[in-house]
Design a protein around this ligand. Sequence first.
Ligand code: CU
Length: 363
Amino acid sequence: MNFIKRLRVARMIPAILLLPLLAGCTEMGPGTTFDVRSNIAREQLSLFMLTFWLGLAVLVVVCGIFLFVIFKFRVQDDHDKSDIPEQTHGHTALEIAWTIAPVILVIILAVPTIRLTMLQESETARTADNDIVVNVTGYQWWWKFEYPELGITTANELHIPEGRRATFNLESADVLHSFWVPQMGGKKDLIPGQDNFLWFIPDEGSAQEEPYYAQCAELCLGAHAYMRFKVKVDTAEDFDAWVAGLQGASLQKVSADPLVQQGKQAYIQKGCAGCHTIEGQAVGNERYPNLTNYGQRSIVAGLEPNTPENLATWIRDPQIFKPGNYMPTLFSGAEGEEEQIEAIVAYLHSLGVDDLSQASAER
Ligand SMILES: [Cu+2]
């Protein structure tokens, strides 16, 4: 192989090395924006598809002309290289055509964009009866969800009913974050000192066991990549039961089970109660996740399924699931600590569970 040929082959190597990146192009990952479940996400998807097909058409036309010219006007072997081709500089018809064509394309894109923006942003969109209102506050690196009309505060797991409009008032306690539920719509930034607003209506029939994936979409340092949360879309009855469970939490009794009682003691003794509020039991600081009815949560810290093992891992060392987060590591591996952790897990997992079973039996 001569040098020039080898050089040409070598030029392909970066392109070949980039090929595995295509593996990221799956439609149905957890963060898919193609399997849409709300009115806003559907509008966003159709705008995306329109942009995509228009862009593809432009690409095909431009590349088509490009290739045609390359092959049609190739320099022939017998060609006199000093011969300058005919110049089209200042061709009025061409100039007008390629000025107007992009303007038309931009207008085609502007109409649905403005329609979508108006739908999302209009002032009337902010006020309607029957909305579920949620005040969302972003903290490094977790999410607080407050339902002002229902008197509920929770963290990292958002419950909303299907078929009803959910409106979100977005605020940040520290740096910029961004609220994004790929299958429902977004993104919108959470900015300290500014009230941002977002809404969508989860489709009828979008209620499911498996919660929807959601993620902070604005680089917020440290554990940003782990600043996830889950959106549980419920049927109307399930949502009401969840609300009733949290509203009744201040009246809940803690199970008499000795392990649970021991866990409650350890929870206080270890100082957990100084940070985390549990309705009816411990008043913590609103800067930390509210753990009321933690037994009903399906996810730990927005990341891992709420199994006893995962919760124990979190309590033993919060840095394992979410490196860099601000919960202190309170255990050092000393003797007797595993029993404490096991008891705290039993205590947290008992919260809200007894009442829930009663609630569902009564209905
Ligand atoms: Cu963030």
